[in-house]
Design a protein around this ligand. Structure first.
Ligand code: ZN
Length: 303
């Protein structure tokens, strides 16, 4: 991290800490984000003012109640806003969770940077990073079929000495990205990623890698640029442009983030990192607050 980034992160964090840095504010923000129309019982989806009530201390009670606890009139269970989310049962305060989410920028912050920025132990920061990576893909993105002009490219990531992992990025030229970690770069694996992620109406742009050739027959149109012949973009007759620049931009961000994370990323962890990068890419024009609100409410924390 260079000096200007450090300063920028510091400024943003001061503002964020004022806005969300205490537990009550963090809880209110989470509630407004998860329940825009009022609290909903997570186990039974019961909602409404009459059936879900906030637990209030009886005036005679000397102890009071924990703030933010609701009681469901239908199933009688008590719940809070974090039930069923990545934050459930976490000993880390909600405000720290929010800050670590919010201070994330397009580049990946390492656990060590988060540890210093938000004042939690390295171990806690590491834990937060992993939970966030696990939970960052909203369902509608995870299942989105990419449309329009979709650029497809693959790359290998991993340390020099070890077998590398293969990653396919599929990215709309003006929109969303999806990333799939595949066992190896083969026609079959690349084809499966395409079938899963790309609408048949899309125009697919690839390079001339053999893995991309055969599976593309089923798409509406396919345009390939031939990197080995020095062709990186081509003007089509209809005025459109064939290239894989967007996919390559994604990969350069991806590789920098992996190097920037500063520690070895195992094959098992790679899909989470890929998810996180796709999330950052998909929210790259959002302010930090918006990015938080795009996070999925119902992410399960079962790892
Ligand atoms: Zn209920």
């Amino acid at each position: 991290m260079n000096a200007s980034q450090k300063k920028a992160d510091g400024v943003v964090l001061t503002e964020l800490a004022q806005a969300y840095g205490d537990e009550a504010k963090a809880r209110e923000l989470l509630e407004s984000w998860r329940w825009p129309d009022g609290p909903v019982c997570p186990p039974c989806h019961n909602a409404g003012e009459k059936s879900v009530s906030k637990l209030e201390a009886r005036s005679a009670s000397p102890r009071g109640v924990r703030p933010g606890v609701y009681c469901c009139g239908a199933c009688r269970r008590q719940f809070t806003v974090t039930v069923g989310t990545v934050l459930e049962r976490s000993p880390v305060p909600r405000s720290k969770w929010l800050l670590s989410l919010l201070c994330s920028s397009r580049k990946s912050l390492s656990a060590n940077q988060i540890h210093r920025l938000i004042g939690v132990t390295y171990k806690t920061a590491w834990f937060l990073c992993h939970r966030i990576r696990f939970g960052v893909t909203p369902q509608h993105w995870a299942e989105a079929k990419l449309k329009g002009t979709v650029e497809v490219d693959e790359t290998l990531v991993g340390p020099k000495a070890k077998p590398k992992s293969a990653v396919v990025v599929l990215v709309e030229r003006q929109g969303l990205a999806r990333v799939k970690v595949i066992a190896s770069v083969t026609q079959k694996n690349a084809g499966a990623a395409l079938s899963e992620c790309v609408s048949q109406e899309a125009v697919v742009n690839t390079d001339e890698h053999p893995s991309c050739k055969q599976p593309l027959k089923q798409w509406k149109a396919r345009q390939a640029v031939n990197h080995s012949r020095g062709e990186y973009q081509r003007q089509n007759q209809d005025g459109s442009r064939a290239s894989t620049h967007t996919a390559e931009a994604f990969f350069s961000l991806f590789k920098r983030a992996i190097i920037g994370a500063g520690h070895h990323i195992s094959r098992e962890q790679l899909p989470r990192h890929a998810n996180e990068l796709a999330f950052r890419w998909n929210t790259r024009h959002d302010a930090d607050g918006q990015r938080l609100e795009t996070l999925p409410a119902g992410s399960k924390a079962d790892d």
